[in-house]
Design a protein around this ligand. Structure first.
Ligand SMILES: Cc1cc2nc3c(=O)[nH]c(=O)nc-3n(C[C@H](O)[C@H](O)[C@H](O)COP(=O)(O)OP(=O)(O)OC[C@H]3O[C@@H](n4cnc5c(N)ncnc54)[C@H](O)[C@@H]3O)c2cc1C
Length: 488
C-alpha cells in the first residue's frame, strides 16, 4: 500500500510491480469486496480515468479504478491517435485551449511517453480547394502554432516549424497527390501516438506500479459521496456479486456515459468522428499526412494519416451526433462515401470502397449547454472545454481530449486533494518492456503483464489487429492459445 506521506514535487518511486494479470485483479477485487476502503474510487478506465488513478496514487492516496469493460473499452481507443498541438482551436481563436494542448503535447512527447509518440509531417495542398487568401490565413495559424510550440518547450528539431513547400516537394512526401491546380503546399508537424489504447494501458500500468488497483470488467452504479455499488462482470474472483466499494472520494470519468452516471448533473453533447483504414498503396505510400480542407469550411479537414502498421487512416471528426449511445459506434455507408470523396479531391486517383480494409468510429464527450454542460455547478475550468463538476459529493471530470487528459486529471485531484502536489508531468510511463516483433510473445505478454482477460482484449486493445477484420480472423487462434497457456 502507498504511504500517505505528502508528495511535495518529488516523483515518488513505484511501490508495486506494474505487471497486471487476472490473479492480481481477483485478489484486489476480493479485498475491496471484503470491505477494505480506499481514498479515491475512479469510475472509468479510459484515458481520463487512468490518468486520474495515476495522479491520485502518486499524490500518496490509495486508489481503486473500476472499468465495466477492458482498459480503453470506450472512446479512448477510437481516436485519431494524434497528440494535437491545438491548431483547430487557434482557428476558432481559442488560444487558451491551444496553449494547453501545446503544453500537454510537450509533456507527452518529452516526458511521459516518448516511446509511444513520434513526430509526423502534415501537408496541406494549396490548390483548387484553397485560394490565396485562405492559404495565407492557414499559414498565419500555423505560425501561431509554432510560437505556442516553442513557448511550450518543444524544440524545432523535435517538431520543425511550418513552411511553404513547392508542389514537387509536396508530391515527394505524398506521391498520390494530384497536381491539378497545385500551387504548392503548407508543411507542418504534429505528434502521432503509436496507438491510443496502448497509451491508456501505459498509464494504467504506471498507476498500478504506484499501487492503484486497476479492476476491469467491474461495473459501477449508484455513485455516491462515499463509494459506489460495483459488480464483477468477469468469471473468477467475486464473479457476478455486487458489493459496496467504500471510498473517501469518488471520481466519475466515464466519458460520453458520464451524463447518465451523474444523474443529469452534467449535460453532454456527443459528437461523432469516423475513420477508414486503407492500404497505403491506394494513396501512393505517403510519408506525410494530408489535410484536405472541406470546400465549405476552411477550418475543417478530412485527413489521411500514414500509420505505423502500414495502413493509412482517412478520417473526420466533430460531426453532430443524436440518439442513444451505442457501445461500439459504426461508420455508415454515407460517411464512408463522404470520406472517400473528400480525400479523393486532392489525390490523382480517388480511392474506392475496394481499398478500404477497416473502419472505426467514436463519440467525443463534448460539454453541452450554455454553461458548458455543468448545469450551474462549480467547475474548475470550463474555458479549457473540460469540466470538473461536483454533484452530491461525486466529482465528474469530462470533456477535453486524449492530449489534455493528464491536465484534466490534475484539475480533478487538485480539487480533491489540493494540499498534495501533482507530479504526473514528471513521470515516464510504463511500456518499454513489451516484446517487439513477435506476435505470439506480445499476446503472452498481454496476458501476463497487461491484464488481458479475453480474446477481445488481446485482439482489439493489446494489439489492434481487430481494426482490420481480416487480420483479426487470422490471429483468433493465436489469441486463444495465449489465454489457454496462461490458464494451464
Ligand atoms: C473520432 C474521435 C477522434 C479523436 N481524436 C483525438 C485525437 O487524435 N487526439 C486527441 O487528443 N483526442 C482525440 N479525441 C478525443 C479523445 O479520444 C476523447 O476525449 C477521450 O478518449 C475521452 O476519454 P475518456 O476517458 O473521457 O472516455 P472513455 O475513453 O470513453 O472512457 C470512459 C470509460 O468509462 C467506462 N464506463 C462507462 N460506464 C461505466 C460504469 N458504469 N462503470 C464502470 N466503467 C464505466 C467505459 O467503458 C469507458 O471505457 C477523439 C475523439 C473522437 C471521438
Amino acid at each position: 500500500m502507498v504511504s500517505l506521506r505528502r508528495a511535495r514535487g518529488r516523483v515518488p518511486a513505484a511501490v508495486a510491480p506494474d505487471a497486471l494479470d487476472a490473479a492480481r485483479r481477483a485478489r484486489e477485487l476480493r479485498a475491496l469486496a471484503d470491505g477494505e476502503a480506499v481514498d479515491v474510487l475512479v469510475v472509468g478506465g479510459g484515458i481520463v480515468g487512468t490518468w486520474a488513478a495515476l495522479d491520485a496514487a502518486t499524490r500518496g492516496l490509495s486508489v481503486a479504478l473500476v472499468e465495466r469493460g477492458d482498459v480503453a473499452q470506450g472512446t479512448s481507443r477510437w481516436s485519431s491517435k494524434l497528440a494535437h498541438g491545438g491548431l483547430r482551436y487557434l482557428a476558432h481563436g481559442d488560444v487558451g485551449v491551444a496553449w494547453e494542448s501545446a503544453r500537454e503535447r510537450a509533456i507527452l512527447m518529452d516526458v511521459s511517453a516518448p516511446h509511444l509518440i513520434r513526430p509526423l509531417p502534415f501537408v496541406i495542398p494549396l490548390g483548387g480547394q484553397v485560394g490565396r487568401a485562405a492559404g495565407a490565413k492557414l499559414e498565419v495559424g500555423l505560425r501561431l502554432g509554432d510560437a505556442l510550440r516553442a513557448a511550450a518547450g518543444t524544440s524545432r528539431r523535435r517538431l520543425p516549424p511550418a513552411r511553404r513547400v513547392s508542389a514537387e516537394e509536396a508530391q515527394r512526401l505524398v506521391p498520390g497527390l494530384s497536381d491539378r491546380q497545385l500551387r504548392g503546399a503548407l508543411l507542418h508537424w504534429d505528434a502521432q501516438i503509436e496507438d491510443d489504447a496502448r497509451l491508456v494501458l501505459a498509464v494504467a500500468r504506471t498507476a498500478a506500479a504506484h499501487g492503484a488497483r486497476i479492476l476491469t470488467y467491474a461495473e459501477a452504479s449508484a455513485l455516491r459521496a462515499d463509494g459506489a455499488t460495483v459488480r464483477d462482470r468477469h468469471g473468477g474472483g467475486a464473479a457476478g456479486e455486487a458489493f459496496d466499494l467504500r471510498a473517501r472520494h469518488v471520481i466519475n470519468a466515464t466519458g460520453v456515459w458520464a451524463g447518465e452516471l451523474s444523474g443529469g448533473a452534467v449535460r453532454l453533447r456527443p459528437s461523432k468522428g469516423s475513420h477508414l483504414l486503407l492500404r497505403a498503396a491506394a494513396l501512393g505510400e505517403p510519408r506525410a499526412a494530408v489535410n484536405a480542407p472541406l470546400p465549405d469550411d476552411g477550418s475543417r479537414f478530412v485527413f489521411a494519416v500514414p500509420r505505423p502498421d502500414g495502413l493509412v487512416m482517412v478520417g473526420i471528426t466533430d460531426e453532430p451526433f443524436d440518439g442513444p449511445l451505442p457501445d461500439v459506434p459504426a461508420v455508415d455507408a454515407e460517411e464512408e462515401a463522404f470520406l472517400l470523396r473528400s480525400i479523393g479531391r486532392v489525390l490523382e486517383r480517388a480511392p474506392t470502397a475496394d481499398d478500404v480494409v477497416g473502419r472505426f468510429a467514436g463519440l467525443r464527450p463534448l460539454l453541452g449547454g450554455d454553461d458548458g454542460g455543468a448545469n450551474g455547478a462549480a467547475t474548475a475550468d470550463l474555458s479549457r472545454r473540460h469540466a470538473v463538476v461536483e454533484h452530491d459529493g461525486v466529482l465528474t471530470v469530462v470533456g477535453g481530449k486524449l492530449t489534455t487528459a493528464r491536465r484534466m486529471a490534475q484539475d480533478a485531484l487538485d480539487h480533491l486533494a489540493p494540499q498534495r502536489a501533482c507530479v504526473t508531468d514528471r513521470i515516464r510511463l510504463a511500456g518499454t518492456d513489451r516484446p517487439g516483433g513477435d506476435l505470439a510473445a506480445q499476446l503472452r505478454f498481454g496476458v501476463t503483464h497487461e491484464l488481458a482477460l479475453t480474446v477481445e482484449d488481446l485482439l482489439d486493445r493489446r494489439t489492434r489487429l481487430g481494426l482490420v477484420p481480416e487480420r483479426r480472423a487470422a490471429e483468433l487462434g493465436a489469441a486463444r492459445e495465449a489465454l489457454a497457456a496462461s490458464a494451464s
